[in-house]
Each structure stands twice: as structure tokens, then as C-alpha cells.
Write a new protein. Structure first.
Lengths: 164, 273
């Protein structure tokens, strides 16, 4: 894995777009959180350094818009990223089924940690259907994230060509 | 890997510092909200327009029946309104006689909902009014149906509202009919629970729940909801009743809200800035 910062703008833009979608359209549809899928994509495609910082930034961004404590989502996403990246280093998670399993585990871990943290304030609800939906939809999102990356690479190549 | 551990440590420090403290937005956070808000506003308006269209289409089928029912309801409510006006006039006369001061009229600011909680775990909304409009943390947020929640974060042009149904929300409330007091707390099921109401207090299904005016955050007498279910423990078990309250506000269809410009007296002057 290469520590490549070229994809930072693309991933940040995707993260911001997801935040806008999640706080508007997806919130009306029952609150679907797609950021963990982006984190898994980063973990299985990017270098350690690049993804870690992005995972932290995206988590802090989510904390800003959520009613949660600052650092809660940041910590969870960083943990999810590190775990997924370590598993990917050992098992090479390129098969779609393996990626689905990791997405499901990440979403379940995200839920369980939030449930424990928020559960301290009262009884917590649980929605497996939401997690199932996001997991099932994740291959499409992986494709979409890959597409955005390739678009940025083309743009970078084009601008490099113009300079030379 | 070292960087990962350092970042994790940094996150833990941030989390430890933020838990249990009043949240203050940093300049960077305010800037992010400022930049993203227009996009959220546009998407939210589009979503509301489409959902409104779908909603209207489906409900067009039942319009005639609904219309007849609403006319009957209106007629009944008009009769009730006459009775309430009479009661209100009697109440005012008695108040004057007892030299009670009339409650202050609330000064309200209208705001538009531009975003909802992106995680799906917390019940918060973002509105397009902030400190430049005189909004401060702790102010009550209402609409024509009743109480929506209170302001928890304020930036220059936007504010975050903690909804009544969020599990960390707690409002001092009372039953309008019997004046039984309790604390109205949110729950993940989208309803509220009236807690700490003693076992022998008079509470019945359908009772109206209003704000008590205690604790300062909400003015007295604002509608919170209606009692949906009352459960008393058998025998001598349990000091308190289990009361489920259905909120008066439909939180799924919030588009515009009103913010009551009355500062929370329990917030310090510094935190209001």
C-alpha cells in the first residue's frame, strides 16, 4: 500500500457529500449512515497514513453535525479503519463477499459502541434492517468511490500534461 | 502505525474533554457549518418538495372523507373554543382580583430546518438562525403544535436544536389537569416518558402535558404532548408511575420552527456570548 495523498480532495469531497446527504435525504429515510462504508473503502484501498487522517477528519465532521460528544465518531472510525486495514494487510480483502463481511462487522461495531456510549443516557434502540440495507448497498458505494478516485486521477494527469 | 496510535490518543483526549461539558463550537467548526449549510438547505428543500408532492398525491384519495371529518371536527372545536374563551376571560378576571401578573408574551423568531442528524442516532436538527439573530444556547424551540426542543449549539448564522424525543433531552413538565409534576425525557422509540411522577398522583390517558416553567429553559404552559399510556406497579412495588407521552409535534415533518427569545437564566453570561 502506498501512502498517497493525491486522493485526499476526492475522499474529502465524497465525505462532505455524504454528510450533506445523510443530514437531509437519508435522515428523512430513517437515518442511514454511509460514512463507515467510505472508511472501509479507504482501509482496503489506501495507505495507512492517508486513510487514518481522513477517517479522523470524517469522524470529527460527523460529530459536528450529530448530537454526540466531540471525538466519539472520530474514535470509532479511526478504530474501524485501523482494524479493517490490519485485516486487509493479512487477508487481502479484494473479494466482494469479504468486503461485505467487513462492512457488516464495521457497522455492527459502530452500532454496539454507540449503543454502549449513548445507552448510558437511557434505553437504546436497535435497527438491524438499517445495517443490512447499508451492507447490501455497499458494493455500489465502493464502485462509486472508485469512480470518483479515477476521475481525480484523470484530472491530475490532465493537469500534469498541460504543465509539461 | 505510530501515527495511528497517536491519532487514537488524540481522539481519546478530545472525547474526554468534551464529555459532560457544555459544547462550544470552534471557528473551524463554525466555518464548516457555514460552508455546508447552503448545500444542505438546497437538498433539504428538494427533499421536502418531493416528499410533499408524494404525500399530497397519496392523501388526495382520502380528501373527500378527510374533508367531511375535518368539518365536523372544526364545528366541535369552534364550540369548545367559545367555552375556552369564556374560561380565559374568567381566568383573567380572577388573576386581576388576586393581583397576579400576566405572563410575559414570548418574542419569537422563525427559522427554517436545513439539516437533520446525519448519524441517525441522535435527534437533532440544524436551523438557519444563529447568534446574529439573537439566538443563544438554552432557548426554547416551538411551533404551532407545541414544544420542539432547545438550542444546544449556536454559530453565527445557524443553530443546533436538541429535539424533545432525543434520549438526552429532559424537560420539567406537569399534567395540566391534576398539576402532577415530572420530568419529560426522550426515548429512542420516538415517544417521551414522563418520569418521577409519584405513584398516587392523578394521571390518566389523554391528559395534556405542559411545561412547568421550572428550571428556566422553557416558559410555563407550552404544550408538550398527551399521555398515551399509564402503568402503575402492582402492590407496594415502585415509587413512580411509568407514563408514556405522545409528543404534540410531528418530528418527522419539521420544516419551520419558532425560537423563543428568552435566555436560560441558568446559563452564565460568558456562555451566552
Amino acid at each position: 500500500m502506498t501512502e498517497d495523498f493525491r486522493y485526499y480532495p476526492a475522499h474529502l469531497a465524497v465525505g462532505l457529500a455524504l454528510i450533506v446527504l445523510q443530514s437531509t435525504l437519508l435522515a428523512r429515510l430513517g437515518g442511514l449512515n454511509l460514512l463507515p462504508v467510505l472508511i472501509i473503502h479507504l482501509a482496503t484501498s489506501r495507505g495507512f497514513l492517508t486513510g487514518e487522517v481522513l477517517a479522523l477528519c470524517l469522524g470529527l465532521l460527523q460529530d459536528l453535525y450529530s448530537g454526540s460528544w466531540t471525538g466519539l465518531h472520530a474514535g470509532i472510525y479511526l478504530g474501524v479503519y485501523m482494524s479493517a486495514a490490519l485485516i486487509h494487510r493479512r487477508l487481502n480483502l479484494t473479494h466482494p463477499l469479504h468486503q461485505l463481511a467487513v462492512v457488516f462487522l464495521a457497522l455492527a461495531a459502530n452500532h454496539l459502541i454507540l449503543n454502549r456510549a449513548v445507552g448510558l443516557l437511557g434505553p437504546a434502540g436497535w435497527d438491524w434492517l438499517r445495517i443490512g440495507l447499508i451492507t447490501a448497498f455497499s458494493p455500489v458505494l465502493f464502485r462509486l468511490f472508485g469512480l470518483v478516485e479515477s476521475c481525480q486521477v484523470k484530472l491530475l494527469h490532465a493537469s500534469a500534461g498541460e504543465r509539461s | 502505525m505510530t501515527l495511528a496510535l497517536l491519532l487514537l490518543l488524540l481522539t481519546l483526549v478530545i472525547l474526554t474533554l468534551s464529555v459532560g461539558r457544555e459544547r462550544r463550537l470552534t471557528r473551524v467548526e463554525k466555518a464548516v457549518i457555514y460552508v455546508l449549510a447552503p448545500a444542505q438547505k438546497v437538498v433539504m428543500r428538494a427533499v421536502d418538495s418531493v416528499s410533499g408532492l408524494v404525500h399530497r398525491y397519496f392523501f388526495l384519495i382520502d380528501t373527500a372523507e378527510e374533508n367531511a371529518r375535518l368539518r365536523a371536527e372544526l364545528s366541535r372545536l369552534n364550540q369548545e373554543l367559545v367555552l375556552y374563551r369564556e374560561s380565559h376571560l374568567a381566568n383573567r378576571r380572577l388573576r386581576r382580583m388576586l393581583e397576579f401578573k400576566e405572563g410575559q408574551t414570548l418574542s419569537l423568531v422563525a427559522a427554517e430546518v436545513i439539516a437533520l442528524d446525519p448519524s441517525g442516532w441522535f435527534k437533532t436538527i440544524l436551523v438557519d438562525k444563529g447568534s446574529q439573530d439573537g439566538i443563544t444556547a438554552g432557548m426554547a424551540v416551538v411551533n404551532a403544535d407545541g414544544v420542539i426542543g432547545r438550542i444546544i449549539d449556536v454559530s453565527y448564522r445557524h443553530s443546533k436544536v436538541l429535539l424533545l424525543i432525543d434520549r438526552s433531552s429532559a424537560v420539567d413538565a406537569l399534567i395540566q389537569r391534576s398539576r402532577a409534576k415530572g420530568i419529560l425525557k426522550g426515548s429512542p422509540e420516538g415517544v417521551c416518558r414522563l418520569e418521577f411522577v409519584i405513584r398516587n398522583a392523578d394521571v390518566q390517558e389523554g391528559d395534556t402535558v405542559i411545561t412547568s416553567g421550572l428550571a428556566g429553559a422553557f416558559p410555563k404552559g407550552l404544550l408538550l404532548g398527551r399521555v398515551g399510556q399509564v402503568e402503575r406497579a402492582a402492590g407496594s412495588d415502585g415509587l413512580f408511575q411509568k407514563i408514556v407521552v405522545e409528543p404534540a409535534v410531528d418530528f418527522e415533518r419539521l420544516e419551520e420552527v419558532l425560537i423563543a427569545l428568552r435566555p436560560n437564566p441558568f446559563l452564565s453570561e460568558k456562555s451566552r456570548d
